[in-house]
Design a protein around this ligand. Structure first.
Ligand SMILES: Nc1ncnc2c1ncn2[C@@H]1O[C@H](COP(=O)(O)OP(=O)(O)O)[C@@H](O)[C@H]1O
Ligand SMILES: [Mg+2]
Length: 310
């Protein structure tokens, strides 16, 4: 395991952080000379470039720090599941990774290219608005709330964003949308309106909508939390299939059985920090940290099962 560099100032020293190997190769982090984005960043790529990664990521809201020196690298085709108690910073981390939040300190890279690097809260390097937009388009994000447009059919909800951004001919786009809807089991609902769908169906449309941008990585933030229990399975099944098809995925979930089945790696976060990470069998069978053990116990108590079928 490689050390992850210095903690940026303004960023509290992590406690109990696990070192997460990344494939970065960077200049002296003490340097504050602005670095242009471009050819030199291509030169920084190593043999295995993570699909998405952050290093030393710190984030505060109105003076309260909620992420502390977070280091994470998701490899291409890897399925990483983040678990942890409410308020531990899971959503904020995902939102930072897909540029919905400005970070205070640290660095985010997408396929080896710097999206943003800040130090002492100052930007050291940043992708141009056009590059940043392009990278954002490569990241699909699905949230707890589906936010479909109620006045548009399912098909138009799915084609809307790629029609604007990707400039794919209409006929081709329609074929793509129908193919994606059939992938989530909803081709027969293409002409329906969201109000006529169940929550589980709407969430599956939301997944098809994100896939329509043909993203390189999908981020899922508690996408089944708002669903009635009987609708959770159909959404998890779609995600399971995506994982089997080789999609790179970063998933926040409280569905522990699903996490155990689908994840290549589990990350446990608490109080804004990555406390530990490992293979599902390691984390679920033999967590190293007391905080992880207590959290897992609470989750098992909640669903009333102590089964371990990993
Ligand atoms: N936009 C915001 N403004 C202020 N505080 C926020 C905002 N978003 C999240 N927080 C705070 O950041 C902390 C982490 O929140 P969050 O990332 O939503 O945690 P989780 O997803 O693990 O439940 C919480 O204390 C939350 O109240
Ligand atoms: Mg959350």
């Amino acid at each position: 395991m490689s050390p992850i560099g210095k903690n940026p100032p303004n960023c509290a020293t992590p406690q109990g952080r696990s070192d997460v190997s990344t494939s970065f190769s960077h200049d002296d982090p003490g340097s504050v000379t602005p670095t242009p984005i471009g050819a030199d960043d291509v030169g920084r790529r190593s043999a295995t470039v993570p699909a998405i990664a952050c290093r030393g990521l710190c984030k505060s809201f109105r003076g309260t720090q909620v992420l502390f020196d977070v280091n994470l690298a998701v490899e291409s085709r890897e399925v990483v599941v983040i678990i942890g108690p409410s308020g531990s910073g899971k959503s904020t981390l995902l939102r930072c990774l897909c540029q919905l939040e400005e970070i205070d300190d640290g660095e985010i890279t997408f396929e080896g290219t710097v999206v943003i690097r800040r130090q002492h809260r100052r930007p050291i390097a940043r992708a141009s608005p056009r590059e940043a937009e392009a990278m954002r388009g490569e990241i699909g994000m699905v949230f707890q709330s589906f936010n479909l447009f109620p006045h548009l059919s399912v098909l138009r909800n799915v084609t809307l964003a790629p029609k604007r951004v990707r400039r794919i001919p209409d006929a081709q786009l329609q074929d793509l949308a129908l193919e994606l809807l059939s992938r989530v089991g909803l081709a027969h609902k293409a002409a329906a309106y969201p109000a006529h769908l169940s929550g589980g169906q709407q969430q599956r449309v939301a997944i098809a909508r994100a896939l329509a941008m043909q993203p390189r990585i999908m981020l899922f933030d508690e996408v089944t939390s708002a669903l009635d229990p009987e609708l959770v399975g159909e959404v998890l099944q779609v995600m399971r299939q995506l994982a089997q098809d080789g999609m790179t995925m970063l998933i926040v979930t409280h569905e522990m059985d699903f996490a155990r089945q689908v994840a290549d790696r589990i990350i446990f976060m608490d109080a804004g920090r990555i406390v530990e990470e490992g293979a599902p069998s390691e984390i679920f069978r033999a967590p190293r940290h007391e905080r992880t053990r207590l959290f897992l116990q609470r989750m098992l108590d909640r669903v009333g099962t102590g089964r371990d079928d990993s």
